[in-house]
Design a protein around this ligand. Structure first.
Ligand SMILES: O=C(O)CCC(=O)C(=O)O
Ligand SMILES: [Fe+2]
Length: 352
């Protein structure tokens, strides 16, 4: 695989150029509406997780509509300690601010998705994202690569361990709530998933001299069941989702977690809850750190639409497959909107 030369965007930033290398410059149609129309003010729904814990059916109803209409929502009162959130953000920033040489000790090798670098680059023709990533497999334990767990900054790895354990509880709780919002038994996903796979990715977007020409992260849907994203306060607004053909910015609520439906839940619900295409854009003066958790079924689990979502007016839309096969397909293809899910989509028959 020849991925060509991949510039490290933080190093580019140090040159203080007013231009960006060609490999980062997107085609016009790809970039459209990166500069937001400020009159576009729709907000993703807000879900109060503490209300659901108290059996508030109204909030479950809100969750159902958030999943169905948006595929994205912000969660408040999620129970993760604010000090832990602050700590991982600080250590994450400290990690990215280290000299390149230190970070390259954990280099993400071409074609792999763990460590420091740019994932999803497979050819020297591919455009690059204005982003540095640091990713780790967390659970089950066998997906961990201990060589990639940093010794610097001090306590970073320990903090990742604590943080991911806390976030896992939120994932489990959210999946129970989502099951209830679909009229299913709360434990159904837990039972289906087996020993769930959990991974973390920190995305660091330095300021960019030409935010109008580049993307922070290419449009994609997530291959997970559920994704939880936390963003450092004071950073730029960067995450956008595609709704009714418009890119809508998610304005962060301090302390909230952004949650989105991944491809796996789309398949399981036979398209009732769909994964939504999203991307990140950059800013000329502000940087941004996002800390993202991907939560998915065990690799050995066979997935396909659940019978509860199939009837005469809702024919089967996806085939059955092992989650491990999908996961492999996902990480060996470039990010390209929702195209990755074609892997599972059945051809739709147009009646004649
Ligand atoms: O940084 C962001 O806002 C987007 C991150 C994301 O979509 C991802 O890591 O899958
Ligand atoms: Fe994503």
């Amino acid at each position: 695989m020849n991925v060509g030369h991949i510039d490290d965007v933080q190093e580019l930033r140090k040159i203080e150029s007013t231009t960006v290398p060609d490999r980062f410059v997107r085609d016009v149609d790809e970039i459209k509406s990166v500069i937001q129309d400020s009159s576009f003010t729709e907000h993703v729904p807000i879900i109060d997780l503490s209300k659901i814990g108290n059996g508030n059916y109204n909030e479950i109803f809100n969750l159902a509509s958030a999943c169905q209409e948006w595929g994205f929502f912000q969660v408040i009162n999620h129970g993760v300690d604010a000090r832990l959130v602050e700590k991982i953000e600080k250590l994450g920033m400290d990690f990215f601010m280290q000299p390149l040489e230190e970070k390259l000790k954990y280099k993400m090798l071409p074609g792999t998705v763990q460590g420091y670098g740019q994932a999803f680059v497979f050819s020297d023709q591919q455009k690059l994202d204005w982003c540095n990533m640091f990713a780790l497999g967390i659970q089950p334990h066998f997906i961990r690569n201990p060589k990639l767990w940093p010794t610097n900054p001090l306590n970073f790895s320990e903090c990742i361990d604590t943080y991911t354990r806390e976030i896992r509880k939120v994932c489990e709780k959210l999946l129970r709530c989502i099951a209830m919002s679909l009229g299913l038994r709360a434990q159904i996903f837990e039972e289906t998933f087996g020993e769930a796979v959990q991974a973390i990715r920190m995305n660091y977007y330095p300021p960019c001299p030409r935010p109008d020409l580049v993307l922070g992260l290419s449009p994609h849907s997530d291959g997970s069941a559920l994704t939880i994203l936390q963003q450092k306060e004071g950073g730029s607004v960067g995450l956008q989702l595609l709704k009714d053909n418009n890119w809508v910015s998610i304005i962060p609520i301090p302390g909230a977690l952004v949650v989105n439906i991944g491809d796996t839940l789309e398949v399981l619900t036979n398209g009732r809850y769909k994964s939504v295409e999203h991307r990140a854009v950059t800013n000329m003066v502000k940087d941004r750190l996002s800390i993202v958790t991907f939560y998915a079924p065990s690799y050995e689990v066979e997935l396909g639409p659940m019978p509860e979502f199939i009837d005469e007016s809702n024919p089967v839309q996806y085939r059955n497959y092992l989650h491990g096969e999908y996961s492999k397909h996902y990480v060996t293809n470039k990010l390209q909107g929702k195209r990755t899910l074609d892997f599972a989509k059945l051809a739709t028959h147009i009646p004649v």
